[in-house]
Design a protein around this ligand. Structure first.
Ligand SMILES: Nc1nc2c(c(=O)[nH]1)N[C@H]1C(S)=C(S)[C@@H](COP(=O)(O)OP(=O)(O)OC[C@H]3O[C@@H](n4cnc5c(N)ncnc54)[C@H](O)[C@@H]3O)O[C@H]1N2
Ligand code: MOO
Length: 431
């Protein structure tokens, strides 16, 4: 098979036993390309999709000079530098109903917010500072030329790219596209992700637990994270720890999906077949990362004979429920954003916070603890969410951030050499 991963010379150089989080993320992002398919959608359907081509503005926005405030449209040159100026009102301009005449010397027009600036006027005096006295409009000194007037094209210029290809369409972008009078846009097609859990101990909800069994929760957290990303999810259920069943599932998934996300079976136990099958059916880029939780995570490709449009990228996530979510947010989410066509793929928003409880930390690996942020005397603080075992999913459900402890860092403790300041990655509003 022609290698899709061969262009990564770093793959020859790294020690798979200790691949850093940054290196693993770089390999994933450098390997993947956006899916090729495009479709045209009405703008409401395009929410959460990625633009496939620049949106070129056919018009200036705003289309004409207009007032930003309710008040009086004036000619700045008429205003006295000192003292008051008395002007004669000659009409009214409404939004959507322009004043047709032209301002002459000493004249003003009553103007509403959004109304087209009358010919000759260059400045708007807000009504709160002007007085109407004995039929005259009295304007105090100190008005700035051009104040409260919005210029044609100041938001977007006709002929320029209003939104670039590669942008994820959020409500602000939908509004911009609508402001151009455009009803349809070209977006990348949805990314198809096949998903299955592996493990003989897994029981699906709706069936009673047999001795030693656990309910399959990973398929639900993964379905939720994938759905919020806007992927088309192909849920293939639970696959037993059996090489033949797993091989059949991989082949089926690779024939219909762009990416496959599995949970479980990536460690070194006697029923852990994922990496082995990946080697047999495709290629493995890496399978171990210097992090906790999520150390045994496999990334590679299944099938495809070296062609981009065949086969599927595989993310073999560890079975522990917290490890699934951590590896998803750290690697799978940015990878899927890249496949969706987002350019650039954004970094996880992160900032320093003071950790209010001491934490132990092993050197040599990145740890992703779960925490809750709060403000104390104007300072962002973070409290870990209790027991941090990688099977304790409630530690994740209570959290709104990851506390990221870098590889070289030891403990977190006030007064110690390493102190109590930690980096946190904000999880709220993600995806
Ligand atoms: N000798 C070693 N043992 C383990 C190592 C190691 O390096 N050497 N790594 C540990 C780490 S770290 C992790 S993480 C796990 C990952 O193992 P697997 O990916 O093979 O996962 P499983 O063994 O299948 O399951 C682990 C754990 O998670 C539960 N699980 C699995 N799938 C689900 C699911 N869909 N829903 C809910 N819970 C699930 C499973 O029952 C296990 O308790 O390996 C360590 N061992
Ligand atoms: O990587 Mo594992 O998730 O720590 O238990």
């Amino acid at each position: 098979m022609t290698s899709l991963l061969k262009s990564f010379s770093c793959i020859d150089d790294y020690d798979p036993e200790s691949l850093s989080v940054d290196a693993a993320r770089r390999i994933v992002l450098d390997t993947l390309q956006a899916v090729a398919g495009h479709e045209r959608l009405f703008i409401r359907q395009a929410l959460g999709r990625v633009l496939a081509a620049d949106v070129i503005s056919p018009v200036d926005v705003p289309a004409h000079d207009n007032s930003a405030m309710d008040g009086w449209a004036v000619r700045h040159a008429d205003l006295a530098a000192v003292g008051e100026t008395r002007l004669k009102s000659i009409g009214t301009a409404f939004a959507g109903r322009a004043f047709e005449g032209k301002l002459g010397a000493g004249e003003t027009v009553r103007i509403m917010t959004g109304a087209v600036m009358p010919q000759g006027a260059d400045t708007v005096v807000i009504q709160e500072v002007a007085k109407v006295e004995e039929g005259a409009v009295v304007v105090p000194a100190g008005q700035r030329l051009g104040q409260n007037a919005r210029r044609a094209g100041e938001d977007l210029k006709a002929g320029a790219a209003a939104i670039a290809a590669g942008k994820l369409l959020r409500p602000a972008e939908l509004g911009i596209i609508a402001s151009l009078g455009i009803a349809e846009v070209s977006v990348r097609r949805r990314v198809r992700v096949a998903l299955f859990s592996t493990g003989d101990e897994l029981c699906s909800i709706g069936t009673p637990l047999f001795p030693g069994a656990v309910y399959d929760s990973n398929r639900y957290t993964l379905w939720g994270m994938l759905t919020r990303l806007g992927c088309e999810v192909i849920d293939m259920g639970v696959v037993k720890d059996d090489p033949a069943a797993l091989e059949a599932a991989f082949r089926e998934a690779a024939s219909c999906a762009d990416a496959i996300v599995t949970s479980g079976g990536v460690s070194v136990g006697e029923a852990d077949f994922i990496k082995q099958l990946m080697e047999q059916l495709g290629e493995v880029a890496f399978w171990k990362i210097a992090m906790k939780p999520g150390r045994p995570m496999a990334f590679g490709r299944i099938g495809g004979e070296g062609k981009e449009d065949d086969g599927a990228w595989l993310f073999g996530l560890p079975g522990n429920p917290v490890a699934v979510m951590v590896t998803f947010y750290q690697f799978v989410r940015p990878a899927l954003l890249k496949l969706m066509g987002m350019d650039p793929v954004p970094e996880f928003p992160a900032f320093p916070a003071r950790c209010v409880e001491p934490m132990k930390k092993g050197r040599g690996r990145t740890e992703f603890q779960r925490g809750v942020l709060f403000l104390e005397n104007g300072e962002w603080c973070v409290r870990p969410t209790g027991h941090q075992g990688s099977g304790i999913l409630s530690s994740m459900a209570r959290a709104d951030c990851f506390i990221v402890l870098e590889p070289e860092r030891g403990k977190v403790e006030k007064g110690s050499d390493e102190g109590d300041t930690v980096m946190v990655q904000l999880m709220t509003g993600m995806v």
